[in-house]
Design a protein around this ligand. Sequence first.
Ligand code: AMP
Length: 447
Amino acid sequence: MCGIFAVANNRESARLSYLGLFALQHRGQESAGIAGVKKGRLVYYNSMGLVNDIFTPEILSSISSESAIGHVRYSTAGSSSVNNAQPLYFNCKYGEIAVAHNGNIVNAQKLRRELVEDGAIFQSDTDSEVIIHLISRSHQKNLDKAIAEKLPLLKGAYSFLFLTKDKIIAARDPHGFRPLVVGKLGDSWVFSSETCALEVIGAKIEFEIEPGEMAIVNSGKIKFTQFAKPTKISRCIFEQVYFARPDSVICGQTVQKARYEIGRILAKEIERFDADIVSGVPDSGTAYALGFSAASGIVYQPVFMRNHYAGRSFIQPDQKMREFTAHLKLAPIKDVIMGKKILLIDDSLVRGTTSKKIVRSLKDAGAKKVIMAIASPAIISPCFYGIDTPKKEELIAVRFKKIDEIRKFIGADGLFYLSLESLIKVCGNADRNFCSACFDGKYPERD
Ligand code: AMP
């Protein structure tokens, strides 16, 4: 998964992009980059690491320009290396172009083989680079037309931002898998994966780029073209389940509100359970647990302290050290846990290894019972559109067919999942156009 952000027509575009990317950091922690325009030439700076560690005031000044695009990366296609850090930069007959991409292009390997056969020299192994080679081979008379001609060759998920010396072009795939919202800041147009980043810079949320639509901003003016008919609209439901930030608005409501409501429904769907307290696995589990508590009347109590400074890259040389890491990230609050029957909510069960550790940790801290409630259905199929899920055979709900076997594996005294019907109903807020392939195996588009 990745996050993308752009500001068109603002002298502070690089600094504003930095703030926007900072607000989108949860979408990718491997690398970040910003591209801008200086004296008619594109300038960019990409590096491995977190936004705050990469960009110094000097670097931001060096890319300061009227328009800028930025990217934070969590690799789901291609390796985690600086070659794959975005925005990608290239120079072709349409001039200099920088590209930032969120999503996974499912036919990228096939297109890449054909392009390589035709003489293309790839610089990275990301699926995103494919669009660059396609555009450079177009015979259209300008870049807008070349992009509109080539995007329909891509299958799968893409929200794109393109930067040239005088334009920003934003585009979203015809299924609308990945989000792309538009805001206004004075005379400037702002594009973002999530609304939380628009609000951070004081931009007003305007609308979404529609599936199959392209927006082109030139000299402060925005125009729209439909490069492909919207197919079956399939926005990713996992954005609300896990990925998006709680203060972001999706389908007309904050993610927090949706998660709270899901918690309430989960409390009604689980007919019988016996618990003294309800709690959530931080951070995403908290909103669900609060909703569950409100509907069930069972008191909410945090049972874990999450250490926000425990990075993903913590070195884990052996089993003993790995156990420390689990504790380092989520520390049990012992006297809240001791002797209690705890109903614990997490957003999802993927491999089941996190839940297993968490249940163990609560039991070691003296919990009398741990009942796990999952705020989404069982994950039975991998995602091909940009969420990092393992191979099918590694999914816990594939390895074990019966819920009771999964319960035993994670060591819980009870295990419940939310129904897909309820998840779609709450997340959609009347809109039911979701991709829920991870839960039902129905892929809107395959290679
Ligand atoms: P697992 O141990 O594989 O069952 O991991 C499930 C946990 O990972 C849940 O607590 C989720 O909050 C979290 N999670 C779910 N999807 C992802 C993802 N794509 N990337 C990172 N963490 C995830």
